[in-house]
Every structure is written in structure tokens, then in C-alpha cells.
Design a protein around this ligand. Sequence first.
Ligand SMILES: [Zn+2]
Length: 418
Amino acid sequence: MTGITIESGPLGEKVIRCAWLVNPGDAPRQNVRVTIVDGRVAEICDVPGDELSQVADVAMMPAFVNGHTHLEFSQLASPLLPSAPFPDWIRSVVRYRSANSDREQFATDCIRAGLHESHAAGVRLIGEISTTQGSVTALQQALEEAGNAGVSFRELIGFSADQVSTQLQVAERHVATTPTSGRKSGEQKFVRGLSPHAPYSVHPELFEGIVDIARQTAAPVAIHLAETVDEVELLQNQTGRFVDFLQSLNLWEPQTLPRGTTPLRYLEKLAQAERALAVHGNYFGPAEISFLARNPHVAVVYCPRTHAYFGHTPHPWQQLQDAGAVVLLGTDSRASNPDLSVWKELQFVANQKKAAPIWELLPMITTSAAVALGFNGEDFKVNVGNRFQSVSVPCECDSESRLNAVLLRSAEATEVSP
Ligand SMILES: [Zn+2]
């Protein structure tokens, strides 16, 4: 059978038979029958011989997590240009934002469209960067309507010293109502976090103040870090393209960044928060990798196709994982990516040289990713007792030895809704 069918049993239970069950970190199971009672997985067993004709040619997986995105760009048909040099791409982002800044409804529509696209691609938990109060509200409403969970990381930007106090007030207001419990039990679906944008757009005192607020309120933090060679040069030597960029905006102050600053300096402060995301980390070196291995509550969000769009040198995700650091995946936005499918991000990673089979990488968009955002990882595994939330991909394959190759080429994931 090609499509998945869901059968209702005499006691209201739902039964699904799939060719493969692919769970994060586990060996795949062939010909599996899953029984769901009251929205939870009641039983997982082999399909009995007389039911084999009812098995759907699909691989079933848990629902996905997208660790990092900016839904405000969700109505872009293609990524913004130019992709290099990076500060010129930032200028395109700023132009796009200011052209639409008086259109609150447009921003709301973009967020709804992006969440709809994500939901259709199997995402049930999202780490979103929110740039205005209106976009926070829009995200919260869209999540409620879809029954999805998410973190609204309020973006804070201010490279000059006179912007520090107003941005800290924005941060304080955003997390003022953050409950500190409930996420892990799955009760709480909307979480408020903070996002100091990046070292080239946030004054060091503002960054420190934001992490202090996060520490006091248990809010998660996300910062774009070590994304480009230009950023590393700015931190290290206070020279290069970002100095020109900041000068052109009348924001450059040579004393703002101490000479010899490194991404490690930012990670050390981030580690004071209960949970933090270092987004990108494209140019993390041995010192950062070793620190992240010792501090798994600071996770790295690798955005594979965005990384490729900007033509960076190979990402150190495998060195990070080998050292024991946590790496999850994000789509970033449609300003640098063709769509919001985190499954396609995983396929992109699994197609790289020396990559493990897809089921060993699956935690990057399920269990590990959920934990990195402060949620219950078990909700992103199809296991007896867990809430059932699942996706499937077409999968005509009768042996485990070919399964990884089939999954690498398989079509988009779609929701399994019993
Ligand atoms: Zn981003």
C-alpha cells in the first residue's frame, strides 16, 4: 500500500501499520503496528502475518523541531541577494524590513504563512526570532490555532552604548510573564526567550545585561555567533567589512569591542543562562568546541542550507558532536533558504561525507532539539506512553541496508493525524 491508513478499533483505538518506524537514535523497525489510545501510543508491535497486506509503504517518524527561524520572511519566493559579502546581504534584510515596517498586517500574515508551511512539513515545535511586540502576539496566536509549541526569542539590537538601556527594558518586558515551569511536562506551549542579535549588532554591555535577565527569569537565549569570517575579524582585530558597515550607519565606536575578543567570550557568558542557543557557529574553533562539549546546555544550531547559500567553509558539526556538544538543526529564514522544511535540512546533512545514517542524525530535529529549546524530548519520539505526534515519508524499501539511501531521497514529510 502506498498511503498510510488509520483504522479505528472497537474501543476507539486507532491502528497504523507502516513499513518502517524510524525513531531518533534507534535502529529502524520494519513492518510495525502502532496502536494509539486517547492520543497516546498504547502499543508498538510487529505486524501479524495476516495483516501484512495492509502495511503502508512509508517510514513513520516523530514530529519535528525547527530550532531556528525568522518567520517574518516567510512570504519571500526566493532568498535575498546578494549572498556575499555578508554585510551586503544584511543591508538587503534591513531594506526589506523597512519597506514593510508600517505593515503590521503583512508581518502577521508572514508569520501565519510560515507557521502553516512548517506545520505542513511536520514541525510541531519552533524556535522563532520575534522582532516586534506585534510579531510576538502573531506567533502566539498562530501556535495556538495550529496546536503547536514554540519559543518566541525577542530580538534585541543596539550596537551603540546609548541603546543599551531601552533595549534592556524591551527584554525585561518580554520575559516579565515567563513561567519557569511546565515546559518539560508538555503543558506549556508558548515560551518567551531573548535574542541578542549578534556580536556585530549588540553592544557587549547589552549582551551581558540580556543574559543576566535570562538567568534571573530562566528564559532561553539565542544569539547568532561565529557566523562569518568578517565577524571573527571584527571581534579579534576591530577591522574589516563590519567596521565599514557600522561606520556607514554611524554606529562605529573603536572602544566598544576589546582587542582580541573571541566567540568563546560570548559562549562563556551565554553559559550562565539556563538554556542557550549559539546559532550558526560556522567558524567555531577548538576552544569553542571544547567549551561547548563541557556545557551541553548551550547548544549549536546548524542551519545547513543557509550555510551552503553563503558559501562558508565546511561546518564543524561533526567535530562538535564527536566532542560531546549538542547540535540541532534550523532552517533559518526564507531570506537565505528556499523553504522551511527541517526534513530537507536533515537530508542535506545526511548526504554529506562520513555522515551517519539518518536515524542516528534524527535527534538533531527531534529529541535533542526539543531539549535544547527547554521542552520534553520524549514528545519527539514514537514510544509507548508518549503523546502521539508523527510524520511519514513515502518509503518503498524492503531491506535495512537500502533504507538510508531511500530516506535520503524521499519526498517531503507529512503529518500523520489519527
Ligand atoms: Zn537567524
